[in-house]
Write a protein that binds this ligand. Structure first.
Ligand code: ATP
Length: 231
């Protein structure tokens, strides 16, 4: 579904992604792990078109993604839930969802499904997004992503700032999205939990993929155990 080949990305003279290759197959959940500053957000932003790469190719569902304008990429089924959620705080939950669907394009089946999947959000549908708890805001951001009918949903650290029990709920939602046929590529710092719901993982360090394995193998990898799990 997604293939990134020989990708190089720089901010001015500072290169932050080096010859990066990765792929996400339809139906998978794939985790991108890495320490702060490794280039994870930059990679997601490059795939979305918010950052222009220096060189490389990105193919999405057989199309040359770099030739598709950034604002058109969601229509092709590529949607990102950004780090920090980026909701419209003065708009209600419902308004945040509807605006993501586009004028006249609100699909009531999708809305019903979202509220079934996230009953807490349903209860708060008329509440201003800025007044939601961190976990509810993350749910709302994911729900907003779903409104665009993604084939591939990319999430940048959905667990950021959330209590472990809420992280579990968020990851549970990701599993349910996959059951519905949405492919997921997400950035995480919670190594064990994210690999626990994924088929495969990549480890990015200093802008380079240093490890690519299926999730179980990654969890058993000595380097991951020592450096990222502290065991
Ligand atoms: P974190 O886990 O802390 O969010 P990350 O792996 O997502 O980190 P990025 O945010 O992609 O890392 O940053 C990678 C590098 O690129 C960092 O050194 C950062 O300072 C630099 N960087 C990111 N955005 C910009 C920008 N707009 N201009 C210049 N440098 C940037």
């Amino acid at each position: 579904m997604l293939e990134v080949k020989n990708l190089n990305v720089a901010y001015g003279d500072t290169q932050v992604i080096w010859d990066l290759n990765l792929h996400v197959e339809e139906g998978e959940i794939v985790t991108l792990l890495g320490p702060n500053g490794a280039g994870k957000t930059t990679l997601l932003r490059t795939i979305c078109g918010l950052v222009k790469p220096k060189s490389g190719q990105i193919t999405f569902c057989g199309e040359d993604l770099l030739s598709i304008k950034p604002h058109k990429r969601p229509e092709h089924g590529l949607i990102m839930v950004p780090e920090g959620r980026k909701l419209f705080p003065k708009m209600t939950v419902e308004e945040n969802l509807f605006i993501a669907a586009g004028k006249g394009k609100v699909d009531s089946d999708t809305v019903d499904w979202i509220f079934e999947l996230m009953p807490r959000l349903a209860e708060r549908r008329k509440q201003l997004a800025g007044t939601l708890s961190g976990g509810e805001q993350q749910m709302c951001a994911i729900a907003r992503g779903i409104m665009g009918k993604p084939k591939l949903l990319m999430l940048d650290e959905p667990s950021l700032g959330l209590a472990p029990i809420i992280v579990e709920q968020v990851f549970d939602i990701l599993l349910k999205l996959r059951e519905k046929g949405i492919t997921i590529f997400f950035v995480e710092q919670f190594v064990e939990q994210s690999l626990g719901i994924s088929q495969r993982g990549y480890l990015l360090e200093d802008g380079r993929i240093v490890l690519e394995e299926d999730s179980q193998a990654m969890l058993g990898n000595d380097y991951i155990k020592q450096v990222y799990l502290g065991i």
